[in-house]
Design a protein around this ligand. Structure first.
Ligand code: GUN
Length: 293
């Protein structure tokens, strides 16, 4: 039977470790970590994500500020809000929830965020530092995956890691992290994407398969090497009349047929997803302590 990599339990564990550190900071009269989240518009998924981030801050004893802006806010006004938070010494970490409305340049807004407060790890400074192996804020999803591999003692050195998907947020940084020369890295990495030829054959050579392409149940059992470790980053809602909610969540991997072939696998939900908020909280703690810069 494969090990089911339990992201929910691991993220709860990390949150309680962070809460413990906050208690110590409070007892010593230190700086309580403070996260500011900027939400533009009323996209349902974004509201849910930001709500969960703010709630998680409360849970671990952080301070938080939610700045809500109208969908019609100008780029200039948003840049001003970011700059004000950059300059506010009370705030340690700043995230601008994506996606942004079409009339606003994501590049300009991201580039405005002070790297020292960029707890999403999206700025060129932090992506560059991460790539160089310097201390950096690493984006929440890749960071969460690294932490799962560590906490489940997954052997990575010399292994073939195949990453499916080359997004800036997941696939690309994941390929860099798995190739670098410390644990959990030292892999031989193949980064695959929508133009890759013979993707199923390549996936089948993976000792560690990280799937982040955003296609429901794309990975099937015939694409898996016996004993592989499979990390599923996808999350999709599908209608299911048998559920009270009317839907269920599935990943990029066909879990039921893939799991029996693996040594370890993340489920959806309850795998990578819950780890992202734990990573954001951890980065915010690092920001308050001044541990990166
Ligand atoms: N939208 C989807 N994922 C993320 C994330 O990790 N951070 C931000 N700011 N927006 C997102």
């Amino acid at each position: 039977m494969p090990t089911i990599i339990d992201g929910k339990r691991t993220s709860d564990q990390i949150k309680s470790e962070i809460a413990e550190q906050v208690s110590k900071i409070r007892a010593n009269g230190g700086k309580i970590p403070h996260l500011a989240a900027v939400l533009v518009g009323s996209d349902g998924a974004s509201q849910t994500y930001v709500g969960a981030k703010v709630k998680a801050c409360e849970l671990v004893g952080f301070e938080s500020t939610l700045v809500r802006l109208e969908e019609t806010v100008s780029e200039e006004e948003l840049l001003k809000v970011v700059e004000d938070i950059n300059q506010n010494p009370a705030i340690d970490g700043l995230i601008v929830q994506l996606p942004l409305p079409k009339h606003i340049s994501v590049e300009k807004v991201t580039n405005k965020i002070k790297p020292e407060k960029d707890v999403d790890g999206f700025t060129p400074a932090n992506v560059g530092r991460m790539t160089l192996g310097w201390p950096a804020y690493v984006a929440a999803t890749p960071y969460g995956i690294v932490e799962l591999l560590k906490r489940y003692n997954i052997e990575t050195s010399g292994k073939h890691c195949v990453v499916i998907g080359r997004s800036h947020i997941v696939g690309s940084p994941m390929s860099i992290l798995m190739a670098r020369n410390d644990y959990p890295g030292n892999c031989t990495v193949t980064l695959t994407h929508s133009r890759t030829k013979n993707l199923p054959e390549i996936a089948k050579t993976a000792d560690i398969l990280i799937v982040a392409l955003g296609k429901p149940e794309f990975v099937t059992a015939d694409m898996i090497k016996e004993g592989a470790v499979v990390i599923d980053v996808g999350i999709h809602r599908v209608e299911d009349a048998s559920k009270k909610s009317g839907f269920r969540l599935i990943g990029d991997v066909r879990f039921d047929e893939v799991a029996p072939k693996t040594a370890a696998i993340t489920p959806v939900p309850g795998g990578v997803g819950p780890m992202t908020i734990a990573s954001l909280l951890y980065n915010t703690l690092l920001a308050a302590k001044g541990d990166i810069y």
